[in-house]
Design a protein around this ligand. Sequence first.
Ligand code: AMP
Length: 132
Amino acid sequence: MASIFTKIIDGNIPSYKIAEDDACYAFLDINPAAKGHTLVIPKKETDYLFNLEPDELSGLTLFAQKVACGIDRALQPIRTGLIVEGMEVPHAHIHLIPIYKPSQNFSLGKKTDLDENQMKELARRIREEVRL
Ligand code: AMP
């Protein structure tokens, strides 16, 4: 059965899309640890990130860099951090989490309440600044 993230890539489940290329897809996390928290995933469905082929992992990482630079330009955090955990959804993903203050709790889990319009607007702003 397709993972929830494959369903998102295929357009069968909606997402706040940020960017896409042949091999990768980025969208907002629906339980944001911070404003602009973004997930970057390979289109190839693999549970464990480090089971990707080396060229797939490097392609995903370079794609994540472009998305993170877009987040930085759009939202101006101090910087954007990266977490890989993957215990909930069995489809490899990189969390990109903007850090707005040094004391920010830099861990996963919903810490920011954003309504649908705010999520749409955040996605739009980041999308505009991502240069693939
Ligand atoms: P983890 O597998 O623990 O690294 O985290 C999975 C992440 O996927 C969580 O932060 C969830 O909030 C996020 N998530 C789950 N379903 C969706 C969805 N439909 N759209 C966006 N994010 C999702």
